[in-house]
Design a protein around this ligand. Structure first.
Ligand SMILES: NC(=O)c1ccc[n+]([C@@H]2O[C@H](COP(=O)([O-])OP(=O)(O)OC[C@H]3O[C@@H](n4cnc5c(N)ncnc54)[C@H](O)[C@@H]3O)[C@@H](O)[C@H]2O)c1
Length: 375
């Protein structure tokens, strides 16, 4: 809170009732203890959805100097009971419209299943709120385009929670690519597999690949051109194993292997360039990234195919030092800054739309057993 004094709350209550999940009855605000006032430069955040991921969003928005969660909404009373236990100062609501219509909320964070994102984000934007929305942004590109247009007309910000863009590992790889340490990039190859968690509303591509698609969109110097996806449904009617190839201009190619039926958890990515190559193992506690000074050179010694001289370069390996920072903290700091300074987040609606287009193309390709779909 800096050196600005904190006074007792003198603002009107946010709504005239609060949801008491223990008694499941509306509770007059008069019964509640007065809450400290927020500085005028602190964004008041309403979080919708307090399931698996919601608590991380609440904790990180509240830990910031420039934002504070003031209301959490969830349909499930047990989720609200957890909020009240962990965050007794935060107002709770079972009806999402209490958050969306509140004149005392500046930002709505949508942390609910994918199929609800569009409707909730649209209602929040229509009510003049900035929107922080979970990945993937929406269920289709038309919805994403509509939300982007709406936010622009209303002068509001959208951030799509592609958390990985803010991890120290991805930032380091970005630096290595931008400074041309790896040279021209040949390929990006990611494996993101584990046993479950099964989702019922989306397949394994929509659940796990948004991470890789967003990382690729951020890191790679080209925009994806076409997608080829294959996969199979074994357990609950949606694809649980899938292999996605993404074509880029200039011979750059990417591949993502996503799987809910793997006996072990793997989070490994290879990025190969003409100068150097790296491996990123996100499950390593130290030395997550290893950069190899390795490569292959062809030299033509004559005219025929047998006149090619192949040389392998096997130089040193080094593991760059990574900063120690929580990605969500950095991401929310960036969002708050973008609102204060009227800047565009790196993971805004437009980048969220590009990821949704890749996901849609992958679904289309899956349906036809791997035909190429242009983006
Ligand atoms: N960025 C990341 O790394 C990351 C990680 C996990 C999940 N996610 C995303 O977060 C979102 C939520 O995932 P989760 O695993 O927390 O799901 P979850 O099912 O555990 O939690 C969702 C919560 O939203 C509540 N909810 C749903 N619709 C509601 C509505 N209309 N009003 C009020 N409450 C409502 C549900 O009751 C539930 O408690 C998904 O979009 C998912 O893709 C992102």
């Amino acid at each position: 809170m800096g050196d600005i004094p904190v006074a007792v709350d003198v603002r009107p209550a946010m709504t005239d009732t609060a949801f008491n999940a223990t008694r499941l009855m509306p509770m007059p605000w008069a019964e509640m203890a007065p809450r400290p006032a927020l500085r005028s430069d602190v964004l008041r955040v309403g979080v919708v959805g307090y399931g698996y991921w919601g608590p991380n969003i609440v904790r990180n928005f509240s830990a910031q100097e420039h934002s504070q969660v003031t209301m959490v909404c969830d349909r499930r009373p047990e989720a609200l009971a957890r909020v009240m236990k962990g965050h007794p100062d935060v107002e709770v609501a079972a009806d999402v419209m209490e958050v969306i219509r509140s004149p005392h909320i500046d930002v709505v964070a949508v942390v609910t299943p994918v199929w609800t994102h569009y409707e909730l984000a649209k209602a929040a934007l229509l009510n003049g709120k900035h929107v922080f929305v979970e990945k993937p942004f929406t269920s289709n590109a038309d919805q994403a385009e509509e939300l982007i247009g709406l936010a622009e007309r209303k002068g509001l910000k959208i951030m799509v929670d592609h958390t990985f863009l803010f991890t120290p590992a991805v930032r380091k790889i970005k630096h290595l690519i931008e400074t041309r340490e790896l040279g021209d990039i040949y390929y990006y190859d990611a494996m993101r597999v584990n046993l479950g968690l099964f989702q019922h509303d989306v397949n394994v591509i929509w659940d796990l690949a948004p991470h890789d698609f967003a990382i690729m969109d951020y890191l790679l110097p080209e925009r994806a051109e076409a997608v080829v996806a294959t996969g199979q449904k074994h357990v609950n009617g949606v694809e649980d194993v899938a292999f996605v190839t993404i074509y880029y201009p200039n011979k750059l190619i990417a591949h993502v292997n996503v799987n809910w039926l793997s006996p072990v958890k793997v989070r490994t990515t290879l990025v190969g360039g003409d100068k150097k190559m790296l491996i990123w193992n996100d499950l390593e506690s130290d030395e997550k990234i290893k950069v190899y000074d390795r490569g292959v050179h062809h030299t033509r010694t004559g005219e025929g195919i047998y006149d090619l001289l192949v040389r392998y370069r096997t130089g040193d390996m080094w593991a760059p030092q990574l900063e120690n920072a929580e990605a969500l903290k950095l991401e929310i700091e960036h969002f708050n800054e973008c609102i204060r300074e009227n800047r565009r987040p790196i993971n805004d609606g437009i980048s969220g739309l590009r990821i949704v287009k890749m996901l849609q193309a992958a679904d289309e390709s899956l349906k036809h057993r791997g035909t190429q779909v242009l983006i």
